[in-house]
Design a protein around this ligand. Structure first.
Ligand code: ATP
Ligand code: MG
Length: 176
């Protein structure tokens, strides 16, 4: 079944609790089951090659991009990070405006916005100009106010407890 969305929504998953990226990936899973062609752009390259990235490579019709040269927390080269963030944004915008993807996930986009690597205004313009059937899901902590104001759906994950606080390390298959 290929159900073209009648109204593309802007969805924001933010907050300091765990579950933002996994919620977005849950929607991707759901959309794939509807014969859609979702696209995911990850704006932050983590320490590990994640399970989702490994699996995504095996799914036909799924576009899954991770910013090539890492924008990582430990990075010492800010100008390189900025360039990488802007390149990822340029690609994300192409995917979003092409209309070929009914669901587009911009994972951890809020960080590059909050760092000032990509102007919020530019993102707001691109969102407003996208084809009307395209759902866009943006994840990350501290979503900028214009994004929250424009979104039809906003969920804030609130941290109640996290194993990290007890020194329990990230778990394979659950965290990455
Ligand atoms: P996930 O990818 O598991 O859905 P997330 O997208 O909500 O998590 P991010 O803010 O992107 O979380 O953080 C990425 C990493 O930080 C994940 O490995 C996650 O397990 C961990 N993390 C998330 N929330 C917390 C927290 N409250 N305390 C400590 N670590 C956290
Ligand atoms: Mg995340």
């Amino acid at each position: 079944m290929n159900a073209r969305p009648t109204k593309g929504l802007l969805v924001v998953y933010t907050g300091d609790g765990k579950g933002k990226t996994t919620a977005a990936l849950g929607v991707v899973f759901r959309a794939l089951g509807r014969g859609m062609k979702p696209a995911v752009v990850q704006f932050i390259k983590g320490k590990w090659k994640t399970g989702e990235r490994t699996y995504a490579e095996t799914i036909p019709g799924l576009v899954f991009l991770t910013m090539g040269r890492g924008f990582t927390w430990e990075s010492e080269d800010i100008s390189r990070d900025k360039r990488a963030a802007q390149e990822a944004w340029a690609e994300a915008r192409r995917l979003m405006t092409s209309g070929e993807h009914e669901v587009v996930v911009l994972d951890e986009l809020t960080y590059v916005l909050n760092y000032g690597f990509v102007p919020v205004d530019e993102v707001m313009e691109a969102l407003a100009a996208r084809p009307s059937h395209v759902h866009v899901i943006i994840t990350g902590r501290s979503a900028p106010e214009p994004l929250v104001a424009a979104a039809e759906l906003v969920t804030e994950m609130r941290n109640v407890r996290h194993p990290f606080e007890k020194g329990i390390p990230a778990q394979v298959g659950l965290d990455f």
